[in-house]
Design a protein around this ligand. Structure first.
Ligand code: SF4
Length: 53
Protein backbone atom coordinates (compact mmCIF):
# COMPACT_ATOMS: atom_id res chain seq x y z
CA UNK A 1 0.00 0.00 0.00
CA UNK A 2 1.44 3.37 -0.96
CA UNK A 3 -0.98 5.80 0.65
CA UNK A 4 -3.15 5.69 3.74
CA UNK A 5 -6.74 6.73 3.00
CA UNK A 6 -7.54 7.02 6.70
CA UNK A 7 -6.92 10.32 8.50
CA UNK A 8 -5.02 9.38 11.65
CA UNK A 9 -3.98 12.92 12.57
CA UNK A 10 -4.68 13.99 16.13
CA UNK A 11 -5.48 10.53 17.44
CA UNK A 12 -4.15 9.69 20.88
CA UNK A 13 -1.06 7.44 20.82
CA UNK A 14 -1.97 3.75 21.17
CA UNK A 15 -5.55 4.61 22.15
CA UNK A 16 -6.65 1.08 21.21
CA UNK A 17 -4.79 -0.32 24.21
CA UNK A 18 -6.81 1.68 26.73
CA UNK A 19 -10.14 2.44 25.07
CA UNK A 20 -12.86 -0.21 24.78
CA UNK A 21 -14.46 -0.46 21.34
CA UNK A 22 -17.77 0.86 22.63
CA UNK A 23 -16.10 4.04 23.92
CA UNK A 24 -14.13 4.87 20.77
CA UNK A 25 -15.08 7.79 18.61
CA UNK A 26 -16.08 7.14 15.01
CA UNK A 27 -12.64 8.33 13.84
CA UNK A 28 -10.84 6.07 16.33
CA UNK A 29 -12.96 3.12 15.22
CA UNK A 30 -12.25 3.78 11.54
CA UNK A 31 -8.53 4.22 12.23
CA UNK A 32 -8.28 0.67 13.60
CA UNK A 33 -8.25 -0.54 10.00
CA UNK A 34 -4.68 -1.10 8.83
CA UNK A 35 -5.68 -1.71 5.24
CA UNK A 36 -4.80 -5.40 5.20
CA UNK A 37 -7.67 -6.05 2.79
CA UNK A 38 -8.76 -9.30 4.41
CA UNK A 39 -12.31 -8.08 4.94
CA UNK A 40 -12.59 -7.78 1.19
CA UNK A 41 -12.10 -11.54 0.92
CA UNK A 42 -15.46 -12.21 2.55
CA UNK A 43 -18.28 -11.48 0.13
CA UNK A 44 -21.82 -12.69 -0.15
CA UNK A 45 -23.49 -12.84 -3.56
CA UNK A 46 -27.22 -13.12 -4.05
CA UNK A 47 -27.60 -15.96 -6.58
CA UNK A 48 -30.74 -14.46 -8.06
CA UNK A 49 -29.78 -10.80 -8.34
CA UNK A 50 -25.99 -11.01 -8.43
CA UNK A 51 -25.83 -8.32 -5.73
CA UNK A 52 -22.55 -8.52 -3.79
CA UNK A 53 -22.23 -7.31 -0.21
S1 SF4 B 1 -9.87 -6.79 7.76
FE1 SF4 B 1 -10.63 -5.05 6.61
S2 SF4 B 1 -11.31 -3.62 8.20
FE2 SF4 B 1 -9.96 -5.08 9.19
S3 SF4 B 1 -7.93 -4.17 9.12
FE3 SF4 B 1 -8.11 -5.46 7.31
S4 SF4 B 1 -8.83 -4.06 5.71
FE4 SF4 B 1 -9.20 -3.07 7.68
Amino acid sequence: MTSDPIDRSGLRPRYWETTPLERMTRREWEALCDGCGKCCLNKLEDEETGEVV
